[in-house]
Design a protein around this ligand. Structure first.
Ligand SMILES: C[S@@+](CC[C@H](N)C(=O)[O-])C[C@H]1O[C@@H](n2cnc3c(N)ncnc32)[C@H](O)[C@@H]1O
Length: 304
């Protein structure tokens, strides 16, 4: 049976949120299996256009044979630059469905899943040099501690960092099985859950996921036409907080309690989803991955 590349989450909600204009220009920042892109194309007329970004070249094989779509195999952190290269300076809508695809996760050799043995890799973009191996074998103890704590909320992040540094002084941590075995003694609670958190932290670091998201968000107001919309789906609280704050205030900072130090940023975005949209019962039953998905939508304010 052919592998299913990825099941799109919150599909109807995204299409509804984007308010698609049939002649508009849309950007799918995370093309993946192309599920969202195909639904956008269905709403576009013959003059509409869709640009699909994906930093993983594997996504290219899912491209529909459709003259209205252009594929850009790049990181969405450079979205504005690559759109300009294609003579696009303003768009009617943008989607980002963050994280990894099921395909990336299920491909043993990519090193994303704790279920398989493979080299510690975890790169979405295989042109990049930094891998999970480099993070685990070269980062300082302090830096490892911080990333496991912040990106994985690993309860014993300090012990974990210390153990990694001790083990690697005598042998290099090359494979997933080798890595998991070396840490067997310090696992807290359910090992599957523990390693899922550890792997999440490594993946976020290797792919600079939060850095790329921030770069993308900063470009959204300048790219959208007045009335244009952006929809972002996140899968963990670190991402969702960035999206929520940026959509509400045009900045990544948490609201400041002190009125004297509070700076006001001009926000050209209007929040459409006061609360994030989450999957309904039917989708939750059909696709467990939708469990942690949160969709937020904004609209660029019309000029007065
Ligand atoms: C959750 S999947 C998207 C699935 C897609 N919406 C669908 O319906 O099949 C995320 C995809 O975005 C890509 N991706 C993640 N971060 C990216 C980034 N910073 N730049 C470009 N592509 C990225 C991944 O390689 C992956 O293929």
């Amino acid at each position: 049976m052919q592998e299913q590349y990825h099941i799109p989450v919150l599909l109807d909600e995204v299409i509804e949120g984007l308010h698609i204009q049939p002649d508009g220009i849309y950007v799918d920042c995370t093309f993946g299996g192309g599920g969202h892109s195909r639904a956008i194309l269905e709403k576009l007329g013959p003059k509409g256009k869709l640009v699909g970004f994906d930093q993983d070249d594997d996504a290219r094989k899912n491209l529909p044979d459709d003259p209205r779509i252009l594929f850009v195999p790049q990181n969405f952190r450079h979205v504005q630059r690559f759109l300009r290269l294609n003579n696009i300076t303003a768009i009617n809508g943008l989607l980002a469905d963050l994280g990894v695809s099921s395909h990336q996760f299920d491909e043993a050799g990519r090193g994303f899943s704790t279920r398989y043995n493979a080299d510690l890799d975890m790169r979405m973009d295989r042109r990049q040099t930094l891998t999970a191996f480099d993070v685990v074998n070269t980062y300082t103890e302090q830096r490892l501690h911080k990333l496991f704590e912040e990106y994985g909320e690993v309860t014993n992040a300090k012990t974990l960092a210390r153990t990694i540094v001790q083990v690697r002084s005598t042998s290099s941590l090359k494979t997933i099985d080798g890595f998991k075995n070396a840490l067997r003694e310090i696992v807290k609670g359910n090992p599957n859950k523990y390693f899922a958190q550890v792997f999440q932290a490594l993946r976020i670091e290797v792919n600079d996921e939060l850095g790329a998201l921030k770069e993308l968000l900063k470009q959204v107001p300048g790219l959208l036409l007045p009335g244009g919309r952006a929809a972002i789906i996140t899968f963990h609280s670190l991402e969702d907080r960035l999206v929520k704050n940026f959509f509400r205030r045009g900045s990544f900072d948490e609201p400041d309690e002190n009125p004297y130090t509070n700076t006001t940023t001009v926000n050209e975005l209007k929040v459409i989803t006061k609360k994030p949209i989450t999957a309904g019962d039917k989708e939750l039953k059909q696709n467990p991955r939708s469990r942690s998905a949160k969709l937020r939508v904004v609209e660029k304010i019309m000029m007065v």
